[in-house]
Design a protein around this ligand. Sequence first.
Ligand SMILES: Nc1nc2c(ncn2[C@@H]2O[C@H](COP(=O)(O)OP(=O)(O)OP(=O)(O)O)[C@@H](O)[C@H]2O)c(=O)[nH]1
Length: 481
Amino acid sequence: MAFRASATVIDLLVAESRYEEAFARLNPLLDQLPTMKESDVRMQGLGVAAQLNNEAGQYDVSVRYADQIIKESTDAQGACRGWFYKSDALFQSGDTQLAADQLHDGTEACGKAGDTLFSLSFQHLLASFDLRQGRPESAIRVLQASYPKVQQAGFPPQLSQFESTLATAYWESGDLVSAAKFANDALATNANRQYSESTANAYQVLYEVDKKMGNSNGALAYLEKYSAAHDGYQSRLSAKALAYQIVKQQVLAKKLQIEGLDKKNRILTLQGELDRKAAEASRLYIALLLLVLASIVLWTYRIKRSQLRFMRLARRDGLTGIFNRQHFVTEAERQLRYCRKSARDICLVLIDLDHFKLVNDTHGHAVGDRVLKRAVDACQAHLRSTDVFGRLGGEEFGLLLPECTRDNVLVRVEQMRAAIAAVSSTRDAPDIPVSASFGVAAAVDSGYALRQLMIDADRALYQAKHEGRNRVRLFDANMRS
Ligand SMILES: Nc1nc2c(ncn2[C@@H]2O[C@H](COP(=O)(O)OP(=O)(O)OP(=O)(O)O)[C@@H](O)[C@H]2O)c(=O)[nH]1
């Protein structure tokens, strides 16, 4: 309904010569056309487009719409309309004649359509083609055949068209009386349409007739009227063409504006996309960085851990877990330096398992190893955190006791001796008494040099072994000799 109403409004605007408004409404109407499915609604829209473009001198466009009408038409009336629009556009564009097949198809469609305004207008068009080709008699025949029906239809613009074209045809065939008669008929029919083509034609015929008959005054008067009507008609044509151009430019400007906005929109969309990608990339970089950092931390932690493990392994005795000889010496020297500086007491103890060879020989090395470990455990139970305990080799151990005076060192070492004898003899080698001999040297007697302390403790150890083993001996000066 809205579409039909818009098409009708355009028709009315054209009738009132408001071409600019008509063209302005045509484009939105055509935009809606693809969504229109009903045949008669589409016919109306296409018809308005064909007609208006024809009036504006856009004949190619008009022919395109007319062809569409012919293609889509479902009855003779629709086809007749299409043929009329197409033929009219071809005629206006200056085509001298209608192609034979077009003439045939159009005449047949309009003939079947009955006495509609369109089929009559089509007859008028055929006569106009005849006239253009210099066949006034044929034009008169065609026009006269339909003239009674045109009179009956009583549509003034069509009637005046027929009469004015008949006037021209009679003038060209030399029948001045009939020419003047139809020219006057056309003027009478067109009484209130002084700037139409048919009015201008009628005046032209009357001018030519009077001129031919030597009536100069009459001829001059008609010439003036012809000139006025022709100018008026031409200016209406120019107004239509101008209106078309104005609206076309407006549409173009709007299209450019929309394209500009579209481009801007696309740029903004791309910009947004770019920002999103950049944010994504930075998130990825951060994640990558964190991953690299985490790997570095993990890697460093592992290296540090294995470093510590290697360091521990390098410092410890593999069997007993206490310091090895090298680390014992390092730690002992450090402690001795410290005690020397502060003149603190410190004692060195050398421990050697008794008859250990016998354990190995009787029970094997595995049992010997276990006895070694138990002996170490027994001693450790009596150690303080500052004491330095290490395996010097085989079944010999060194023990440095800082802050230990020569008065109380024997009590502590005696406890260790008893512990070794108790643990080892009851478990792994019940038939062999396992014990250890202890040689002790105190810094107050031997000084703070490790080498001297070792020598003196070794002397005391030798003494303990010599006196029957499983005992503790403290170095004294007599042992030197
Ligand atoms: N099972 C075991 N035996 C070891 C280890 N290191 C040294 N030995 C043994 O310890 C024994 C030491 O023997 P000796 O030096 O003759 O001394 P001993 O038999 O203890 O006699 P005295 O020291 O004189 O009481 C040897 O048989 C070595 O093979 C060890 O790591 N494990």
